[in-house]
Design a protein around this ligand. Structure first.
Ligand SMILES: Cc1cc2nc3c(=O)[nH]c(=O)nc-3n(C[C@H](O)[C@H](O)[C@H](O)COP(=O)(O)O)c2cc1C
Length: 196
């Protein structure tokens, strides 16, 4: 069975909600989903590195803090240099998601960081391939899929005065779910495995 690992950080829970939706999508795509906190992968001694080595795809997730992935996610990325040395992740699929308070908020920087991390590992990047859902007067910002209009990965918006039980909204969570589903579907094509 295809195995997809989602490695994420979330300081206040909003990105964690998104990560959970991405995991639902992976399962909807017929694959197994594992959720891993980046803080549990802060040292090379973590047992989770073995699990990641066996995965078919890795999906990276982090909040955008000060125009970049959070420091905890960056710590995980830096620690991954020990598997970079062995090319453990070469030819695995990769994708990314981020959440932040502003509509834009420099989320592109975080998604580019994840794309570069994947490229340094020799991974194959899977963009969401969703059209921007809010670019016509007939569309509603609050209900649009990919309402923030990113192509590199999924970028959602949570309101700073709302808790993770309220925000990101249903459309953003659905956008994350679709990313997980897409990665699972592409992983089946890439590996030739049958969907479960
Ligand atoms: C230290 C810090 C820096 C932040 N920087 C940004 C930023 O650059 N752009 C933005 O849109 N929001 C920014 N925010 C808002 C967060 O992205 C937002 O609160 C998000 O929901 C946090 O996700 P989390 O709950 O998963 O930690 C920042 C928040 C914090 C705490």
């Amino acid at each position: 069975m295809i195995n997809v690992a989602i490695i994420y950080h979330s300081g206040y829970g909003h990105t964690e909600r998104l990560a959970q939706s991405v995991a639902v999508g992976v399962r909807d795509g017929g694959a197994e989903a594992g959720l891993f906190r980046a803080t549990e992968l802060a040292t090379p001694q973590s047992e989770h590195w073995t699990t990641l080595k066996a995965a078919d795809a890795l999906i990276f997730g982090a909040p955008t803090y000060m125009g970049a992935a959070s420091a905890e996610f960056k710590k995980f990325a830096d620690t991954s240099s020990h598997v970079w040395a062995n090319h453990d992740w070469k030819d695995k699929l990769a994708a990314g998601f981020t959440n932040s308070g502003s509509v834009a908020g420099d989320k592109s920087s975080t998604l580019n960081q994840m794309f570069i991390l994947a490229s340094q590992h020799g991974m194959i990047w899977v963009p969401p391939a969703f059209k921007p859902g809010f670019s016509k007067s007939s569309q509603e910002y609050d209900t649009a899929i990919n309402r923030t209009g990113f192509y590199t990965g999924v970028g959602t918006q949570s309101l700073d005065d709302h808790g993770p039980d309220q925000s990101p909204n249903a459309a953003d969570l659905e956008t994350g779910r679709r990313l997980g589903e897409r990665v699972a579907v592409v992983a089946h094509r890439w590996t030739g495995a049958q969907a479960a």
